[in-house]
Design a protein around this ligand. Structure first.
Ligand code: RFL
Length: 406
């Protein structure tokens, strides 16, 4: 819940038009858009700069999101360094089935590790555009959100003192476990979907074993292979409910990956040291509306989508473009159109991607769910992608996020 306002004559009080809570892809993109328009803002981040520049997560960025970054002068290094993917591959029944989406649509996916994007965005915001950012802040609290003088307070990591920052707007970009979502009134509707499966998320110091994403549908469960860079590959393994990373020693991980992603006409996977091994809680949620008073939520703070379809960071960027532009219009021209329509505009793409994640989840998990009926319909769904050009085109559109409107 929003906290009562501390004493406003506090000696350490300051003022910014916008306080951005959280320096992930959403918060840093909002900050950069504001700075480019000459709007002052303060970004608050609980972690250190080096931590956020190394935290491994996403890798797949959709074309429209890269274009959005480019239009705002934020994609220089990405466009130089990122790989472009033109196909993915489904592996089932011991065979690999290539799905060449670029051949079909002329569109592609960009592969750029999230920490590289965060590094670029921090550099641009703090070093090039002179934006203020405070790392390592503690105990962030949001105040008076339903007034026209909201505020954010935090504990300064160096002095241990509480600081109060007054502002006109708060951009809540602090992810799934941040202070922004927690500051919403309890009556704020949040809908949630649990997939009822566990996924082990792995990052391997191993070159990709194919130049494309691989989806393995196996009676023992789903496995995924996602190239990240020439030296690094992300893997996923569906695991039993209640299993933890300790249940998965390296030998077991590689044995299962080799088995679930095996295809008769493909070489075995290139193995390597595991740099990350964590079990993901596979669930989605949507906060609706994404606005409370002067608090505008963006990214994972507003909606979570398990990494089934590689959509979360893309949605975070879409929110950030709309929020950044809306705040600039409001604060430089007094035009509230963008902010008024912000939540509804974001949620159209959010719900579309939520639905696609559910659809794709059935493909990943249906064959191993133990229900022969669901296994049969899953295989029918998979085969249709390779027998029906209309079904293939529809899948490609959702996979790439290229629909003309939402
Ligand atoms: P983030 O990235 O979580 O950033 C939030 C920031 O806020 C900080 N923070 C706070 N700061 C101030 N005060 C507080 N009280 C705070 N609490 C937290 C945090 O330290 C952090 O720096 O949220 P944002 O910006 O909304 O971005 C969302 C994306 O990070 C997320 O959706 C993606 O990583 C999801 N995702 C993927 N998305 C894609 O589009 N493509 C992918 O290929 C993809 N792969 C993935 C993924 C997520 C994964 N995990 C870890 C669940 C792969 C994985 C394994």
């Amino acid at each position: 819940m929003t906290s009562p306002s501390p004493h406003s004559n506090s000696p350490s009080a300051s003022r910014f038009p916008v306080v951005v809570v959280g320096a992930g892809p959403a918060g840093l993109t909002v900050g950069n858009i504001l700075r480019a328009a000459g709007v002052d803002c303060l970004v608050l981040e609980t972690e250190s700069r080096s931590f956020i520049e190394q935290r491994p997560r996403a890798g797949v960025i959709e074309e429209w999101a890269v274009r959005g970054l480019e239009q705002r002068g934020l994609a220089g290094r990405l466009v130089e360094r990122a790989e472009r993917h033109s196909e993915c591959e489904f592996r089932f029944d011991g065979h690999g089935y290539r799905f060449a989406y670029t051949e079909l649509t002329g569109r592609h996916h960009w592969i750029y590790p999230q920490p590289a994007l965060v590094t670029d965005l921090v550099r641009e915001y703090a070093d090039a555009r002179g934006g203020e950012i405070r790392f390592g802040v503690r105990d962030v609290r949001l105040h008076d959100l339903d007034s026209d003088r909201p505020a954010v307070s935090y504990t300064d990591p160096d002095s241990g003192e509480r600081r109060l920052v007054r502002c006109d707007f708060v951009a809540g970009c602090d992810g799934a476990r941040g202070a922004s979502r927690a500051a919403l009134p309890q009556r704020t509707p949040t809908t949630r979907h649990d997939y009822g499966v566990g996924w082990l998320a792995l990052l391997a110091e191993a070159p990709p074993s194919a130049d494309r994403v691989l989806f393995g549908m196996h009676p023992q469960g789903f496995a995924g292979h996602m190239p990240r860079s020439p030296e690094m590959t992300r893997y996923y393994l569906q695991c039993g409910p209640g299993e933890g990373p300790d249940d998965w020693p390296e030998e077991r991980v590689w044995a299962e990956l080799q088995q679930r992603l095996r295809a008769a006409d493909r070489p075995p996977l290139a193995e390597g040291r595991l740099l990350q091994k964590r079990v993901l809680d596979m669930h989605n949620y949507v906060v609706e509306p994404m606005v409370f008073g002067r608090l505008f939520l963006a990214g994972d703070a507003a909606h979570l989508v398990a990494p089934i379809a590689a959509k979360g960071m893309n949605l975070a960027l879409n929110d950030a473009f709309l929020l950044g532009d809306g705040l600039v219009d409001q604060l430089t021209r007094g035009d509230s159109t963008g902010l008024d329509g912000y939540s509804a505009a974001c949620l159209r793409r959010v719900w579309d991607y939520q639905e696609f994640s559910q659809w794709l989840s059935e493909i990943y998990h249906g064959t191993s769910c133990g229900d022969p009926y669901r296994a049969g319909t899953t295989l029918a769904r998979l085969r249709r992608l390779f027998t029906s050009p209309v079904a293939a085109a529809a899948f490609a559109e959702q996979y790439l996020g290229t629909a003309a409107g939402f």
